[in-house]
Design a protein around this ligand. Structure first.
Ligand code: PEP
Ligand code: MG
Length: 764
């Protein structure tokens, strides 16, 4: 069963379009279940009707014509009940509805299962049989499993607009894709697709501008791969048995004109650029091999893919650098990381769209610090078809609109103008202190990571740095930076903010933060080797970093050091020991530095319960609410499937935040918060009421938060918090906060005025 299932899914995924995928599905399911009919009815949500979209066994002429209202027939019953219906005599069921054009009269047995994706009903998959019998448990389970797989294919087609075509809807070419808000704001620009090296998934189709040039690039790449394969073959003579050595000759033959090369050339001559042509040919052969019965031949699929990737790697090396992107570009890609800023000048990037990521992934955090409207987790966006198209990035609602119509463009342009106006108004508070209407003083720090953050942070009146993410300069290099290199980078930060303090977090890699030159592969990266765990296991990396920080602070003395992801006292003790050692070393070497304050981040539940003991070992704590939320709720902060469960306003998270501030204050030590919740005006109100007197946030949130806190009294914030304590769920709390903001006349700080409702995803 599993093998059959795997094969069907592979064939369905390899189909060129939705209609072909549905055809493959009905024919394979009918064959493998040995039934007489298999049909797929898809629900047209606009018309509220099912349409027969594919069938084997009913009249083919009924496809696209046979239709049922949402509540009609057995199909309607399956959809409404959202569970399988298994009948031995369908025509005798009161809901049976005879559709003449399908010719289904002679069939008695009926098994229908709903096609559901992420709670949304998309259609119904049906098998029927002449003989009157109930389908057995195994058959039912098989159909349910197949339907779950089909759901992903249909959902993708729906998201990309392909489904409108098969329902015959005319509509416009505009398509909208849902993701998660990474950075608020709206951008309108042209898509430029960037792709990681050697990855077919994100190679776009592009018209070849110069066919001769593309053919030359292909020839060069083929020549290099041949040389590479020959060299590997020679090595293999010494190491591999003769039957394995033959593989290299097979590889070489596959590169011949009579095989892959000829086909790729033909597609280039037909107008596709070399990478697109290569992708088409290689994926076609991979799919063909993968669907073969014979296991030896099936395994050849990986040979073709491997060869294809080698050619692609050479083609991509010769591609023009990304620095040539035109102004007003929206960067789009599979998994965009902050390293794009190395290749592309910042001022050309108006917006960012990434298929992966979440509102708290690193890309989003960096985008927020630079104020670039960003939507992440847009899994369905068809990368290969976007190049050069006009896009709207709606970072408030987490949406991307492709080829917007004139009216939509007009509305969004109005929003952009309105936002510009709002930020101008906000600038008046830049040099004012953050004091509430009843005289309570709050300190607002910024989170930084790039040098680009510094200018705007100072311009917006940041009182210091509550979190400097040191991993960002590590991420944009191809090796660990040396002590001197680090020292120079840190010195720039310390000097820029002097005499205000700069809190430098020690290297926090692992989880979602990978260094290209220090890969960590784990099944459960967020529960694995990350943060302080990595650096304590590599004292040489840790010591170099601390020494660089200490040297950088010479004669400035505004450095604070902070340790990430601490979950036990021993980690603090060990880190303190290393920090003192580094301190003594630099003193002996002649540095004139004072011992900096050292703090720990509260990011895991263990740290919440032990924050008192933790702070007794150090000078301050700062809550990393991004990680704390993910660990308290057991929701991966980067997983778009569960993005709707990630709520910093969850009562359990809020209680943990209250516990930390109460306990640490009882020890008489400073406590701040540097997670994204602090940069959400609603979060800032609650945090101030809890007792946090230092909030650290991205520079782009600073003025909004300051404006809002200056408009509210501490006493009022405490009243709101008291109301929140009586609420038992995150959505209610968030809506309550929205309402409070509206009532205080601060609604425009949580959503732009044009939108009818609140943003779908929290902006934190
Ligand atoms: C946090 O977890 O809240 C935090 C500030 O750290 P990061 O987002 O870099 O993991
Ligand atoms: Mg963290």
């Amino acid at each position: 069963m599993l093998e059959t299932l795997r094969r069907i899914v592979q064939e369905v995924n390899a189909a060129p379009d939705l209609s072909a995928a549905l055809e493959v599905m009905v024919s394979r399911v009918r064959k493998s279940m040995g039934t007489e009919v298999c049909s797929i009815y898809l629900l047209d949500h606009g018309a509220n009707r099912y349409y027969l979209m594919a069938t084997e066994g009913l009249n083919k002429s009924a496809v696209g014509n046979a239709t049922l209202h949402f509540s009609e027939g057995l199909v309607g019953q399956v959809g409404m009940r959202e569970e399988p219906i298994n009948l031995d005599d369908a025509p005798s069921h009161p809901k049976f509805r005879y559709l003449q054009e399908t010719g289904e009269e002679p069939f008695h047995s009926f098994l229908g299962v709903p096609i559901i994706h992420h709670r949304k009903l998309l259609g119904v998959l049906v098998v029927q049989q002449r003989e009157s019998r109930k389908f057995d448990q195994q058959e039912e389970a098989f159909l349910v499993t197949i339907s779950a797989q089909l759901a992903a294919v249909v959902a993708h087609a729906e998201a990309t607009g392909a489904i409108d075509g098969i329902f015959g809807n005319k509509g416009t070419l505009t398509a909208k894709f849902d993701g998660v808000a990474g950075c608020t704001g709206v951008a309108i620009g042209r898509a430029h697709v960037v792709y990681p090296p050697a990855n077919f998934k994100s190679v776009p189709d592009r018209a070849a501008k110069n066919i001769k040039k593309e053919l030359r690039a292909l020839n060069e790449a083929l020549k290099s791969v041949r040389t590479e394969i020959r060299a590997l073959g020679e090595k293999a003579l010494l190491t591999l048995p003769p039957e394995e050595q033959a593989l290299f000759q097979v590889y070489e033959r596959m590169l011949d004109d009579a095989a892959l090369a000829g086909e790729i050339r033909a597609r280039i001559e037909a107008g596709n650029w070399a990478q697109g042509a290569l992708r088409e040919v290689v994926l076609k052969h991979v799919a063909a091999f993968e669907s073969m019965e014979d296991s030896y031949l099936r395994a050849r699929a990986s040979d073709v893919r491997d060869l294809g990737l080698r050619i692609l790697a050479y083609l991509q090396q010769s591609k023009p650098q990304n620095t040539t992107v035109p102004p007003n570009t929206i960067i789009v890609g599979d998994d965009i990381t902050p390293t794009i800023f190395v290749d592309i000048p910042r001022d050309r990037i108006l917006g960012i769209v990434s298929q992966h990521g979440s509102s708290n992934s690193h890309m989003s955090i960096v985008a927020r610090s630079l104020g670039i409207p960003t939507v992440v987790g847009v899994g369905d966006v068809p990368l290969s078809r976007l190049e050069g198209l006009e896009l709207i990035v709606d970072g408030h609602r987490g949406e991307v609109i492709v080829s917007p119509s004139g009216e939509v463009l007009r509305q969004y342009r109005a929003i952009i103008d309105e936002e510009k106006q709002l930020s101008k108004e906000l600038e008046v508070v830049a040099d004012l202190p953050c004091i509430t209407t009843d005289g309570h003083r709050i300190t607002l720090y910024v989170n930084t990571g790039l040098m680009a953050d510094v200018g705007i942070s100072i311009q917006r009146g940041a009182e210091g740095v509550g979190l400097y993410r040191t991993e960002i300069p590590f991420m944009v290099r191809d090796r660990f930076p040396s002590e001197l290199e680090q020292m120079e980078i840190y010195r720039q930060q310390l000097e820029a903010f002097h005499p205000a303090s700069v809190t430098m977090r020690t290297l926090d890699i692992g989880g979602d933060k990978a260094l290209p030159y220090f890969p960590i592969h784990e099944d459960n990266p967020f529960l694995g080797w990350r943060g302080i765990r990595v650096t304590l296991d590599h004292p040489e990396i840790f010591l170099v970093q601390i020494r660089a920080m200490l040297w950088a602070s010479e004669s400035l003395d505004n450095l604070r050091i902070m340790l990430p992801m601490v979950s036990s006292i021993t980690e603090i003790e060990e880190a303190m020991h290393l920090i003192h050692r580094a301190y003594l070393e630099v003193l002996e070497e002649g540095a004139h530095v004072v011992m900096p304050q050292v703090g720990v981040m509260i990011e895991v539940p263990a740290a919440v319960y032990q924050c008192r003991e933790f702070v007794q070992q150090c000078d301050f704590v700062s809550v990393g609410s991004n990680d704390l939320t993910q660990y308290i709720l057991a929701v991966d902060r980067n997983n778009r499937r569960v993005a709707n469960l990630y709520h910093a306003f969850h009562p359990a998270v809020l209680r943990a935040l209250q516990t930390v501030v109460t306990e640490v204050k009882a020890e008489g030590k400073p406590v701040s918060i540097c997670g994204e919740l602090a940069g959400d005006p609603r979060g800032a109100i609650l945090l101030m009421a809890m007792g946090y007197d230092t909030l650290s946030m991205s520079a782009s949130s600073l003025l909004r938060v300051k404006w809002v806190l200056r408009k509210i009294g501490l006493a009022r914030a405490k009243e709101i918090l008291q109301q929140v304590w009586t609420m038992d769920n995150a959505q209610v709390i968030r809506s309550h906060m929205d309402l409070m903001m509206e009532r205080a006349g601060l609604g425009s700080f949580i959503r732009p005025m044009h939108f009818p409702g609140p943003a779908k995803e929290p902006t934190t």
